[in-house]
Design a protein around this ligand. Structure first.
Ligand code: 9MG
Length: 279
């Protein structure tokens, strides 16, 4: 399958890596929009050189307890970076946002995919995505980044996540967003305890039954810290293990901070998956 991201193809016939490009002030050691855009472009170039098939630009942290950013501030952070990447690199750019105004400004600047951790539930987001006519990643989250780790509950986490995502697919189709523009994401770490994340990872193949590409984001997440008792800086091996388990079950996009290593891990996994049993 090849997704058309505003004129740039995203070839999902093999699993791909989405490089994470955070443009929040704490991602840079200095202020200054030009400086930030310049550093971000250098990081994007490195990720593409390392094998990223898409760059995910985000101007508001979605970590548990993260502060809400005003629309104008988020636009001011992401637009110069998207414009810089668009003018220099051929890969598709995704915009990590839940705000319709940011979606519009980002697509105008050159983004070709919307990555929404709220699955278009914010007022106006569904209409904006339908109008912008670019692919959308619909992610499951229980709660918002501000309250999502306050005792999340599920009857059956995999069934509940699948049901939520299928309901969102149906809402999107009714709003005029065609099914072939949608990507599903179980939302690791978004309103989930460790055991929920582990069960989801064990059974993620159940999300593949719907013939839609699945994106997985586990890079450096607390699920790894909880099991291995390691700091954020020590989570590369755990991130690669989980990325490999996800690809083995059919995930098509892995969202990662460590592009080079993730490309290698999933490429090897894919070679094992594709090898002929007989020759
Ligand atoms: C923005 N963001 C942070 N974690 C994420 C994940 O797991 N999936 C997607 N789609 N976006 C994420």
């Amino acid at each position: 399958m090849i997704l058309d991201c505003a004129g740039k193809p995203l070839d999902l016939t093999e699993p791909r890596v989405m490089g994470i490009l955070n443009v929040t002030p704490d991602s840079f050691s200095d202020g200054g929009d030009f400086f930030a855009a310049d550093i971000a472009l250098t990081q994007a170039k490195q990720m593409v050189e390392d094998g990223a098939a898409i760059i995910d630009v985000g101007g508001e942290s979605t970590r548990p307890g993260a502060k809400i950013v005003a629309v104008e501030d988020e636009i001011a952070r992401v637009v110069p970076v998207i414009e810089a990447i668009q003018s220099e690199l051929a890969v598709p750019i995704s915009i990590d946002t839940s705000k319709p105004e940011v979606m519009r400004a980002a697509v105008k600047a050159g983004a070709g995919l919307i990555n929404d951790v709220q699955a278009l539930r914010v007022d106006g987001a569904l209409e904006a995505a339908a109008e912008l006519d670019v692919p959308v990643c619909l992610m499951h989250a229980q709660g918002t980044p501000q309250n999502m780790q306050d005792n999340p509950q599920y009857d059956n986490v995999i069934a509940d996540v699948c049901q939520f995502l299928l309901e969102r697919v149906s809402v999107c189709e009714q709003a005029g967003i065609s099914r072939d523009k949608l990507i599903l994401d179980p939302g690791f770490g978004f309103g989930k305890k460790s055991r929920h994340n582990l069960r989801l990872m064990k059974h993620i193949e159940q999300l593949m039954k719907h013939n839609l590409p699945v994106l997985v984001g586990v890079s450096r997440k607390s699920i790894i810290g909880a099991v291995l008792n390691v700091s954020v800086e020590e989570r590369l091996a755990g991130s690669l293990a989980l990325a490999t388990i996800a690809v083995w079950q059919g995930a098509k996009i892995i969202r990662s901070h460590d592009v080079r290593e993730t490309v290698q891990a999933i490429s090897l996994c894919n070679h094992v998956m594709q090898v002929d049993d007989f020759d």
